[in-house]
Ligand binder design. Structure first.
Ligand code: SAM
Length: 345
């Protein structure tokens, strides 16, 4: 199997892609009213800069979101019918004009996506503990004066209208284990951590999410060979997750110095993906052993790997791992091979 990984310096509000050409979007945009993104929103948008200078939080919030609205419209255009959009976003907390308040980014994006005809689906709460020593804000122990500490972000999920046309065999080969379903489709994700390897010359603070986050979404909402897009691609964590999973990817990023780090992420995807596949196989082996020891039968057999499984839907599940990557004109070409568990070699 081969996959391609395209890199494009460009704007999420004008994607260099044809309509209905992407099966899944996984992204994390700049967060409105989180100060590290103020300058980015103000580029070429004097109304944002003026709203911030006047400490007009409501106007800054709205004008920043209008920029993101244009990106969601592009996502709706490029998604195939029945394709999925996953948006990692946190609400902001900030004092502007002397008043502290929460700025509900997740709610605002949900309303924008609905207006575009995207269907809101049950979302995920990503529990993201802070290690800040001063994590409690406000006036301490006096009622009505302290603020709840935010230690979560969202993964908002939307589906494009229409029905996804899929190769049924490929879909069955892309199945996940029953026990993975039970974990991944629970609405609270705790313990999804782990930054990528620090790279020499890499940026200190790229706001990258842990690879496990896009990786799970890729398993949950796409099949082998599908095309996964990140329109706010950053240093390429979504592309890493796609390559590690035998999917193609497209990374669009406005800042060329950030985009320049994506090839390193794609090379990193080979060892990362192999380790993650081995971990899946080992976890399933342990699951089977524990269940068998508890006297509970696994009623079905997985044909490609010969493992006992719980449901018939797992019978054709195949694990593939990245083999090698090489440069092509628009990015990277990856080859993939069927996984053979080390205990069978
Ligand atoms: C929250 S970061 C994404 C980080 C990414 N998930 C990763 O793992 O590296 C948002 C990214 O969007 C980029 N960006 C901001 N506005 C953009 C736009 N209009 N079009 C494309 N990229 C944009 C920023 O430069 C930044 O790299």
């Amino acid at each position: 199997m081969e996959t391609t990984h395209r890199l494009a310096a460009g704007d999420a509000r004008a994607l260099p892609l044809g309509s209905s050409s992407v099966h899944l979007v996984v992204t994390s945009p700049p967060y409105p009213l989180v100060s590290m993104w103020d300058d980015g929103f103000a580029v070429g948008a004097p109304e944002v800069a003026a709203a911030l200078a006047n400490a007009d939080g409501a106007l800054a919030f709205e004008t920043m979101h209008q920029q993101l609205d244009a990106a969601w419209a592009e996502c709706a255009r490029v998604l195939v019918p029945g394709g999925w959009l996953a948006v990692n976003i946190g609400d902001a907390v900030r004092t502007l004009g002397g008043r502290f308040q929460r700025w509900p980014n997740a709610a605002r994006i949900t309303m924008a996506a609905m207006r575009l005809g995207l269907e809101p689906m049950p979302d995920l709460l990503w529990r993201k503990p802070t290690n800040a020593p001063n994590k409690f804000m406000g006036s301490g122990m006096l009622p009505g004066g302290a603020y709840v500490t935010y230690e979560h972000e969202y993964v908002l999920l939307f589906r494009a209208p229409g029905v996804r046309v899929q190769d049924p065999g490929l879909r069955r080969r892309s199945a996940y284990f029953w026990e993975e379903r039970n974990l991944w489709f629970s609405d609270l994700w705790a313990g999804v951590t782990g930054a990528r390897q620090a790279r020499a010359g890499g940026r200190e603070r790229s706001a990258a999410f842990p690879p496990e986050l896009p990786w799970r979404l890729v398993q949950m909402y796409s099949a082998y060979g599908d095309v996964v897009l990140d329109p706010f691609g950053g240093t390429g964590t979504t592309a890493l997750a796609a390559l590690a999973s035998g999917r193609s990817s497209i990374t669009v990023e406005r800042d060329p110095s950030v985009l320049a780090e994506v090839p390193a992420a794609l090379r990193e995807a080979v060892p990362w993906g192999r380790a993650r596949v081995a971990e899946r196989a080992e976890a399933h082996r342990a699951f089977v052993a524990a269940r068998t020891a508890a006297g509970k039968a696994l009623a079905h057999q997985n044909v490609p790997h010969g493992w006992p499984v719980i449901t018939r839907q797992e019978a054709e599940l195949e694990l593939w791992e990245p083999d090698a990557v090489g440069a092509i004109a628009e990015g990277v070409l990856a080859t993939h091979r069927r996984f053979v568990p080390p205990w069978l070699v």
